[in-house]
Design a protein around this ligand. Structure first.
Ligand SMILES: [Zn+2]
Length: 428
């Protein structure tokens, strides 16, 4: 039997601070078996590096990487989420298996380079041949994820309607799931193909626009019974709240909280226009919220006004969503900066000691891992050996001290400060 591998960086983020002299033993399966001062001679294998838990990207639509650089000109009129959505639908009409693979691979490779070691791929683009509902695009994304070596939770999306009370039209028909029974058959077929410990599945109701409350409740109950995480776009746009109130008498978040009793398995994506009261009730049951600050800025969604999130226990995670930019460092800093700009206060998203960067890192690591149901996001025995490597000589970190290293990285670190990543103990 091969001896276990041991890594030792100059500094390792463990239990909320950078520590030196930490050795990490990795077992054959790619999990951390032991870490700490193990008394093993490693020659300090990573002498000019710091080691962080790998970033967990809790919300991505990889194919939207194909829109980068598109739709940023606005002759004659300003754009909106809804005009962007038309551009996205036009991309959807053009994709086939090869181009979807290329775009997904590009997005996933870029994530690895950005220190992201796990992704929740919120996947609703299912079909090549619309009439046959062939689900020909699902395995393409899994193949791209496997080839990029990225730990991936394929969050398979249920998408039945084209808006509250409306039929699917045009490009939306590529997203169609026939009914809950047909949806679960596809989940079972995908599950049978999974042959890599880095790949797993979760369940999505795309949004209250795409599934009615009874369907969402049924999907959620089945997902919970199967031990699968459940994600849903919630209240990114005011129009969705208005339509939902008209149809069902409540906004989506209040409606879900009342009807589903969501727990930690439920992650609401965005909550941009959610009220503090609705967020409080949802979070009290254990539900988590995933924010995507760069996409929410790019799409002019708005800034959520829930200052108490920084002070409460609500589980926050981060996602690169539309992949207009793939940088967890920027997602972290803009999560806080958005709140500063909106509130006029500094230090909104902070931990129990008032530290901003460590709370933001927690959102980008342990928070994401919780949202995806992964043993990841921490450097601790039993967790996957998924790490982001930091180049301590990078000019953007110049002048760092052990006490300020994380703050320097989160608020000032350039992309080049990420020197690589490990997934399951394997470096890229
Ligand atoms: Zn999304």
């Amino acid at each position: 039997m091969k001896p276990p591998r041991v890594l030792e960086a100059a500094w390792t983020w463990i239990d909320g601070s950078f520590q030196t002299g930490v050795q990490i033993e990795i077992d054959e399966a790619g999990r951390i078996s032991r870490c700490g001062e193990l008394g093993i001679d490693t020659n300090r294998s990573l002498a000019d590096r710091a080691l962080l838990p790998g970033f967990v990207n809790a919300h991505s639509h990889a194919f939207q990487r194909g829109l980068r650089g598109e739709g940023e000109r606005f002759p004659g009129a300003t754009g909106s989420f809804w005009s962007w959505r038309e551009a996205m639908y036009s991309l959807v009409e053009r994709l086939d298996r090869e181009s979807l693979y290329r775009l997904s691979r590009r997005a996933f490779d870029e994530m690895r380079a950005a220190g992201i070691t796990a992704v929740g791929e919120f996947h609703y683009l299912h079909h090549h041949r619309v009439r046959e509902l062939d689900f020909a695009f699902d395995d393409v994304v899994l193949t791209a994820a496997r080839d990029s070596g990225l730990r991936t939770v394929l969050l398979e999306a249920y998408y039945r309607r084209g808006g509250v009370g409306r039929e699917l039209t045009g490009a939306q028909r590529r997203f169609a799931t026939p009914d809950p029974g047909g949806f679960w058959r596809q989940i079972d077929e995908l599950t049978a193909t999974l042959d890599d410990p880095r790949l797993s599945l979760g369940v999505v109701a795309h949004s209250i626009r795409a599934a009615d409350p009874g369907e969402v409740a049924e999907l959620h109950a089945e997902a919970r019974g199967r031990g699968l995480v459940f994600h849903m776009h919630v209240e990114e746009q005011e129009r969705e709240i208005i339509d939902c109130r008209e149809a069902y008498g409540r906004g989506p978040l209040a409606l879900m909280t009342e009807r589903l009793a969501p727990g930690p398995e439920f992650t609401a994506i965005h909550c941009t226009h959610s009220t503090s009261e609705d967020v409080g009730r949802f979070a009290a049951g254990g539900g988590g919220i995933c924010l995507c600050p760069l996409t929410e800025a790019n799409l002019a969604d708005g800034i959520p006004e829930f200052r108490q999130l920084g002070e409460s226990d609500v589980g926050l995670s981060l996602g690169t969503d539309s992949n207009a930019r793939i940088s967890m460092l920027e997602e972290m800093r803009w999560l806080e900066y958005g709140q500063r700009l909106a509130s006029g206060h500094r230090g909104v998203i902070v931990d129990s000691e008032g530290a901003c960067a460590s709370r933001l890192l927690d959102c980008a690591t342990a928070g994401g891992a919780a949202a995806l149901g992964l043993d990841a996001g921490r450097i601790a025995p039993g967790c996957w050996a998924d790490f982001a490597l930091i180049d301590l000589d990078h000019p953007s970190l110049g002048g760092w001290r052990p006490e300020t290293l994380l703050d320097s990285l989160v608020f000032g670190g350039g992309d080049g400060a990420i020197a690589g990543s490990y997934v399951g103990g394997v470096s890229e």
